[in-house]
Design a protein around this ligand. Sequence first.
Ligand SMILES: Nc1nc2c(c(=O)[nH]1)N[C@H]1C(S)=C(S)[C@@H](COP(=O)(O)O)O[C@H]1N2
Ligand SMILES: [Mo]
Length: 203
Amino acid sequence: MNPGATMKDEIIKSPDTQRPDRVPPGQHLVDGLPVLHFSRVPRVDLSQWRFTISGLVENPGVLTYEEFTALPRSRVFCDIHCVTTWSSLGHTWEGVLARDLRGAVKALAEARFVTVHCLDSYTTNLPLDEFFDDDVIFATHLNGKPIPPDHGWPVRLVVPKLYFWKSAKWASGVEFMKADKPGFWETRGYHNHGDPWTEERFG
Ligand SMILES: Nc1nc2c(c(=O)[nH]1)N[C@H]1C(S)=C(S)[C@@H](COP(=O)(O)O)O[C@H]1N2
Ligand SMILES: [Mo]
């Protein structure tokens, strides 16, 4: 943890973890966390890592890893649902909440959507209001340890309420947009939104 950062005590419990049945329709439970991505695991030198805030914002800019990890830190407890039908329950992610970027970013009134950019050229899209939901986190740690490289180190977005393809690994920035721009999987047959509880699997 960056010595300049503050850690909030409370662990945010993703609302879906409070459901009596935590497994959405058409899903089955697995132990551990499978690894899935379309390309290779990027190699990252933390001294070169940058997080870019761009698009319809008052304060576009670039954060170094030190600056990013000096933002207030939080923990989110959530379940994971992959569209390929596996679910994995009860993970704790630690990092910077999307909503804690809000003050730094100052999205303009016309911004309605975000695109998250990644080091492997992957992208995914979210409505702005869902991006700023309480449990959306740019995580650096998973279950108390730095996220393993194949799960997204050094920084990975986690969007607990949507299928896991929305949880962009190796995140390198966020772009605020007026119009929605479907991302990597959203332009290859996956649903534009991806709610696991209503099985928004395919477009
Ligand atoms: N940058 C990046 N993020 C990504 C992907 C990817 O290929 N590249 N794949 C997505 C998909 S389809 C899934 S199911 C999850 C898998 O995450 P995991 O390997 O940590 O289980 O990452 C998502 N985030
Ligand atoms: Mo996936």
